[in-house]
Design a protein around this ligand. Structure first.
Ligand SMILES: [Zn+2]
Length: 226
């Protein structure tokens, strides 16, 4: 990282990635994953793997020129296989597996660097967390048809969360017996600290209209109405 990091910057550097082909990187990654799983007694691990903008970079002696979708998929599979050895499942965000250009979904919630073709290369037992915070994009259907269990993730727009929940339910109802169980439901994401989320949750002051807490409450009220 540059000494003084600003965003946006001329290099387009938003966040760092590790080199998936570095011969020693998985000694560190797997130790971390195993320790976290063991401490939390987890049978599933969310590895993130979202917003990977730097992969197969031209300045990497190992990765330059390699297929970015293959590099990404191989890394996902490597972590999934490692977890499977201890009967644990891998969850990841879905954004790198959606074609940002064709869908118009763009560079944040989808991929503009050709990683989206990895969707046909990764293990089908990886659970996809399909996050859409500004629009209720219906990409859950895409993931289910590709063979993945999928969870639609929302953030602070309660109106969207309700549409996403209703979509999720409808997708399951209208699906074949093969596809129906892949629609796994909804996830409320919280990007502030747990403390501030809980403080706001129990706060008696009038809530801010668009917030994680209000979205969570709206979503759960709607679940109660199902
Ligand atoms: Zn590399």
């Amino acid at each position: 990282m540059p000494e003084k990091y600003t965003w946006p910057n001329p290099d387009g550097l938003y966040c760092k990635s590790y080199c998936p082909l570095h011969p020693e990187v998985h000694n560190v990654v797997f130790d971390l994953v195993d320790e976290i799983c063991s401490v939390f007694e987890a049978d599933a691990f969310h590895a993130g793997m979202d917003e990977v903008f730097y992969i197969g970079h031209d300045s990497c002696a190992r990765c330059a020129g390699l297929d970015k979708a293959e590099l990404y998929a191989n890394e996902v599979n490597k972590i999934a296989n490692h977890l499977a050895r201890n009967n644990r499942k891998l969850w990841i965000w879905g954004d790198r597996l959606i074609d940002g250009k064709t869908t118009g979904i763009g560079m944040w919630e989808a991929s503009m660097n050709n990683t989206h073709r990895a969707i046909d290369l990764i293990n089908k037992d990886v659970t996809i967390c399909d996050w859409h915070y500004d629009r209720p994009d219906q990409t859950a259907v895409y993931f289910a048809i590709k063979g993945f269990s999928v969870v639609t993730c929302t953030w602070k727009n309660g109106k969207n969360a309700v549409v996403q929940l209703q979509d999720m339910v409808r997708f399951g109802q209208q699906a074949t017996d093969e596809l129906a169980p892949r629609y796994q439901g909804m996830m409320q994401t919280v990007w502030s600290g747990a403390n501030s989320f809980l403080d706001k949750f129990y706060d008696t002051k009038p809530a801010i209209a668009e917030s994680e807490t209000e979205c969570f409450k709206t979503l759960f009220d709607e679940i109660g109405n199902l």
